[in-house]
Design a protein around this ligand. Structure first.
Ligand SMILES: NC(=O)c1ccc[n+]([C@@H]2O[C@H](COP(=O)([O-])OP(=O)(O)OC[C@H]3O[C@@H](n4cnc5c(N)ncnc54)[C@H](OP(=O)(O)O)[C@@H]3O)[C@@H](O)[C@H]2O)c1
Length: 249
């Protein structure tokens, strides 16, 4: 029941959607949780409230993961408040969709900064504490789009594929230190992010998904929880797809 008791987890983008479900699932499994957010303070506070009601410690941390200075400040504060992070879920992500020919440099850079550089910055800042603790779990939230590509999402696909390569490389570097590094690649999940997708496109997604529906944030959280658990000690460098069969590797 409490396989993560005594652990400190950090979930980036833990205020809404998939990150919120992950933060709550980790807390249910016994972990204290640092909830990172970019601007939705009320949503982050609500997650913290739910976690503290479970009897765990939790605190919200405003930081743009794409800004290395913000990230270092956040990790220093989390360590002071809750202790060193030993479960890191790199979930914060954004979209700026446009066909590649029309994509601006700013739209390219913004997505790479948050979805790829941001996840790397946070991991780099957390890693020394994990090495010191002699145990750790690092989980990157990638995407089916990073595996198969998608029209209008070249920036997002490049960032999400980059996370899979980062997962494999870092997994090799830290495996002997009791630190596993894995990715989860969700398909289309019901959150604010997909609420912005036109209805016809969602219908097309449902048609091309064998399960025939969008996924739920909690269904992604279950996979993350497994990878975060001590039971997953022999799983590393892996990408777990949670996509209703939309793309089979
Ligand atoms: N939904 C899907 O179908 C789907 C599929 C595959 C992969 N994913 C990935 O799953 C992750 C979560 O997606 P979601 O659908 O839950 O998205 P969402 O509902 O839009 O939530 C995004 C979360 O990321 C945070 N965030 C955004 N930019 C940030 C930044 N610069 N610094 C720190 N936090 C930031 C947001 O904080 P605020 O609340 O403060 O804005 C929010 O908590 C993303 O990496 C996404 O790419 C989603």
């Amino acid at each position: 029941m409490s396989e993560l008791s005594g652990k400190v987890s950090l979930v980036t983008g833990g205020s809404r959607g998939i990150g919120r479900a992950i933060a709550l699932a980790l807390a249910e499994a016994g972990s204290d949780v640092a909830v990172n957010y970019a601007s939705a303070v009320a949503a982050a506070d609500d997650v913290v409230k739910q976690i503290t009601a479970m009897g765990r410690k939790a605190k919200a941390y405003k930081a743009n993961v794409g800004n290395a200075e913000d990230v270092h400040g956040m990790i220093e504060q989390v360590t002071k408040d809750l202790g060193p992070v030993t479960v890191l879920v790199n979930n914060a992500g954004i979209t700026r969709d446009r066909s590649f020919a029309k994509l601006t440099l700013e739209q390219w850079t913004e997505v790479i900064d948050v979805n790829l550089n941001g996840q790397a910055f946070v991991t780099h800042a957390v890693l020394p504490g994990m090495l010191n603790a002699g145990w750790g779990r690092i989980i990157f939230i990638s995407s089916v789009v990073g595996q198969m590509g998608n029209f209008g999402q070249s920036n997002y696909a490049a960032a999400k594929a980059g996370l899979i390569a980062l997962t494999k490389s870092l997994a090799r570097e830290v495996a002997r230190k009791n630190i596993t590094v894995n990715a989860v690649a969700p398909g289309y999940i019901e959150t604010d992010m997909t609420a912005a997708v036109p209805a016809e496109a969602i219908e097309a997604v449902k048609k091309s998904t064998p399960v025939g529906r969008l996924g739920k944030a909690e269904e992604v959280a279950h996979a993350v929880l497994f990878l975060a658990s001590p039971k997953a000690a022999y799983v590393t460098g892996e990408t777990v797809s949670v996509n209703g069969g939309m793309y089979m590797m």
